[in-house]
Write a protein that binds this ligand. Structure first.
Ligand SMILES: *[C@@H]1O[C@H](CO)[C@@H](O)[C@H](O)[C@H]1NC(C)=O
Length: 431
């Protein structure tokens, strides 16, 4: 019996050791102000947890279709690519990949180049060769494709009457189509992945991909055909609800399971099961966990209970560190949470946290507006508990690991409790 238990523990340790902890690093964080400014020196405490570091983001030249740095001055002239890949000297097990796209590469005509490039063998070849050169020249271990396919339109929770009319409208004009050549783009993307794999084989470079939020997997990805040519696939299963997509209604941005009266596919569990059912091996799937919250403004019409979904008045103004409307980094949320002991004195300025004992929905925090209708806020966010819980889910499903998107929005200074990287840390522990 003792030997059995020992064998089991050894096996468990072995399996755990194999799990990947993929850390996304968005280089633009260097340009944030004050406490949000992320210097390379802040990375070290994260790297004791990360098996992979993904440098975000490179882009595509719309004329030549070559992969290129998005910030030549910072990435290349000021050597940030090298500063990051040289971290491998001190962390020998670490693998560093360069990611293309990620929603950060928006040209004059949006992200249409991510589709046109697929349509021609020559354009794909130009991309493959240039991406390979970029990866090798700067010492990256591989490439991540965070391909900017068009996002789905937000789906509203409709009342019965408007739902009737909308069905009628769809009967007449058909579903609004965002990409008429979607079926071809799906096949061409599979071809691109195969072509990169073949080019990379000789150098043993890694190839991974990130499924961006709100890109419909069933439209653009063929899991069974893609998986053999990829080292892993990160599902960025979050941002189902955002102030940009849903300015009038706030809801849990990244619930783990399907919730009552919500769309069946707007949750982590659906996305994971979809990829598994369509033939992706579980050990190649990585569950993406956000290190930030989505934030809206509560007004007089918002339910004072704060229980989502609730009527809302658009995006909350940008946070002091991350400076992006409708988004708050984890430290921007945690510093605003009311300390229960001091609630009476500080209630006006603070956010009241509502945790999630069900472990299915996610955490939120809110503040009702004052008598003038000002100062209301509602934030749905990931905290160490929910991140750890999602990591446990990934383990239970036998997935390849978890990803934190991204570490520059986690509490890298330890402002919340003194511990640096609490989201990353909790996720690693839950794995
Ligand atoms: C994704 O596409 C499928 C059809 O391939 C459709 O049934 C589904 O509603 C879409 N999901 C979203 C979130 O738009």
């Amino acid at each position: 019996m003792k030997i059995l238990i020992f064998a089991f523990l050894a096996l468990a340790a072995y399996v755990a050791a194999d799990n990947k902890v993929v850390c996304y690093y968005n280089s633009k964080a260097y340009f944030r102000d004050g406490q949000g400014k992320f210097d390379v020196n802040f990375i070290d405490p994260a790297l004791q947890f990360c098996t992979h570091l993904i440098y975000g983001y490179a882009g595509i030249n719309a004329e030549t279709f070559k992969a290129q740095p998005l910030n030549e001055l910072f990435d290349v002239t000021r050597d940030n690519y090298r500063h990051i890949t040289e971290l491998k000297r001190r962390f020998p097990g670490l693998r560093v990949l360069l990611s293309v796209g990620g929603g950060e590469d928006i040209g004059d005509d949006g992200n249409i180049k991510y589709r046109t490039i697929l349509e021609s063998v020559d354009h794909r070849l130009a991309f493959v060769n240039s991406a390979q050169a970029l990866v090798k020249n700067f010492g990256f271990d591989g490439l991540d494709l965070a391909w900017e396919f068009p996002e789905t339109k937000p789906k509203k929770i409709r009342g019965k009457i408007s739902s009737f009319f909308s069905k009628l409208k769809h009967k007449i004009v058909g579903e609004s189509v965002i990409d008429e050549k979607a079926e071809e783009h799906k096949e061409q993307f599979t071809a691109l992945v195969r072509e990169i794999r073949n080019a990379f084989r000789h150098d043993g470079l890694l190839l991974t991909m990130s499924v961006l939020p709100n890109v419909n997997s069933s439209v653009y990805y063929d899991p069974r055909a893609l998986a053999p040519n990829l080292d892993f696939i990160t599902l960025e299963a979050f941002d189902f609800y955002t102030p940009k997509r849903n300015p009038k209604e706030a809801d849990y941005p990244a619930p783990l399971y399907e919730l009552i009266d919500r769309k069946y596919d707007e949750n982590v569990d659906y996305q994971v099961r979809y990829w598994l059912q369509k033939g992706a091996p579980n050990n190649k799937l990585i569950l993406g966990i956000p290190a930030y919250g989505r934030a809206w403004k509560m007004d007089e019409d918002s339910s004072i209970s704060g229980v989502p979904p609730l009527s809302i008045d658009g995006a909350l103004e940008a946070g002091p560190y991350s400076k992006e409307e409708g988004l708050l980094s984890y430290p921007e949320v945690c510093v605003k949470l009311a300390n229960p002991q001091k609630l009476t004195t500080a209630a006006g300025k603070h956010l009241r946290k509502v945790g999630d004992p069900s472990k299915r929905k996610g955490t939120y925090a809110f503040r009702t507006p004052d008598e003038n209708g000002e100062g209301g806020a509602w934030v749905g966010y990931e905290d160490p508990d929910t991140a750890g819980n999602k990591a446990s889910y990934a383990r239970a499903k036998g997935l390849g690991g978890i990803a934190i998107v991204d570490i520059t929005l986690d509490d890298f200074r330890g402002l919340c409790t003194g511990n640096k990287y609490p989201i990353l840390r909790a996720a690693k522990l839950g794995l």
